[in-house]
Design a protein around this ligand. Structure first.
Ligand SMILES: Cc1cc2nc3c(=O)[nH]c(=O)nc-3n(C[C@H](O)[C@H](O)[C@H](O)COP(=O)(O)O)c2cc1C
Length: 333
């Protein structure tokens, strides 16, 4: 059988399949089931800073810049008391997970203010998390905020968190940056050890009868993998940090693609939510069988073989391929 062991954020994992943040990690029984199904590491659901301190002044500062009033903005948050009873529960779950399973547990923090990020990052470390994932999601709606100042703000926050904890820190990003490589390089310079590409964004829909704006959450399909796959392939070998591919990983084949593009690990949430945690077993079997039948002895030997650096036609990942895709489609019409 091929050697599936891999290293992510300095942690030794028995294989490259990681459970990405989702509500599944709210129950210890699910985390145990993930370990039993073969998953090598669990990223906990995110602790949202808003959850802990609704009235944070800094949060107020951010939110009120894009909305009419803070009070109104808060009505769009779920009722956090029922969604999650907050910090203590979160930290308790991490501590319990650490006692219950052998696989590494990564805390996830979705913050908005400098003080919140640092304080909660430290607490997550104290609870026993092996690493910390920072989910940076701030939607600028204010015309006064330009990309440079926003990115500088992100990088300052990331640096502040990294300097306040000892565990490795990764950053979960959106694909909406003007220059993904430039932003990632700056974050790596600030000390980030890994990048999770990418977070999925759930766009609100309009209910035209009720005249309301409705939140939507649609699970991914394997097609959603193409965007992170491309960026993983482009970034592999250009940064030192690990890449965790997130979005659209549903099968062993998807895992093979992620690693071939250059991902350190493939992460999955929708597959486990839609088809049960046990589907991880099938994914891992598919991955190992493929490696076996194609004579790859280790994940290392597979990693990056279809990254931009390694392919015969590197422009396939760039704009040149856009034209090629259009013209070859046109030819079929
Ligand atoms: C039900 C559900 C809950 C999620 N909760 C979180 C979360 O708390 N924090 C986070 O960073 N990502 C969260 N995500 C996003 C996933 O971690 C993942 O990045 C995204 O769903 C793309 O991966 P997938 O295609 O395998 O689902 C959630 C996803 C789902 C489906």
């Amino acid at each position: 059988m091929p050697q599936l062991k891999t290293k992510y954020l300095g942690l030794t994992l028995k294989n490259p399949l990681v459970a990405s943040a989702s509500a599944l990690s709210k129950k210890i029984s699910n985390i145990k089931e993930m370990e039993d199904a073969g998953i090598s590491c669990v990223v906990m659901y995110s602790l949202f800073e808003e959850q802990i301190d609704h009235e944070s002044l800094e949060l107020h500062h951010y939110l009120s810049r894009g909305t009419e009033s803070f009070a109104e903005a808060l009505t769009y948050f779920p009722d956090f008391d029922t969604y999650n009873s907050g910090l203590d529960r979160y930290l308790g779950l991490i501590a319990e997970a650490k006692k219950s399973v052998e696989i590494p547990i990564i805390g996830s923090l979705n913050g908005v203010s400098n003080s919140g990020w640092i304080e909660y990052a430290k607490k997550i470390q104290e609870a026993g998390a092996d690493a910390l994932e920072l989910n940076i999601y701030f939607l600028p709606t204010d015309k006064e905020i330009n990309s440079e100042s926003l990115e500088k703000n992100y990088i300052d926050l990331i640096a502040a968190v990294i300097n306040s904890v000892e565990i490795p820190v990764s950053v979960k990003l959106s694909p909406y940056f003007t220059s993904i490589p430039g932003t990632i390089q700056a974050m790596e310079n600030a000390g980030a050890k890994g990048f999770v590409l990418f977070n999925r964004f759930y766009q609100p829909d309009l209910d035209i009868e009720k005249l309301t704006v409705e939140p939507t959450l649609e699970l991914s399909t394997s097609r959603d993998m193409l965007l992170p796959l491309r960026w993983t392939a482009i970034l592999y070998g250009r940064i030192e940090a690990d890449i965790a591919l997130s979005s659209g990983v549903h099968t062993g084949t998807d895992m093979v693609k992620a690693i071939m593009a250059g991902a350190t690990v493939a992460t999955t949430a929708s597959e486990l939510v839609a088809n049960g945690i046990l589907s991880a077993k099938k994914m891992l079997q598919g991955f190992a069988n493929w490696m076996d039948t194609h004579d790859y002895e280790s994940v290392e030997s597979l990693r990056g073989i279809l990254s931009q650096k390694s392919v015969a036609f590197p422009a396939a990942f760039e704009r040149a391929n856009y034209m090629k895709a259009l013209t070859s489609f046109d030819d079929t019409l």
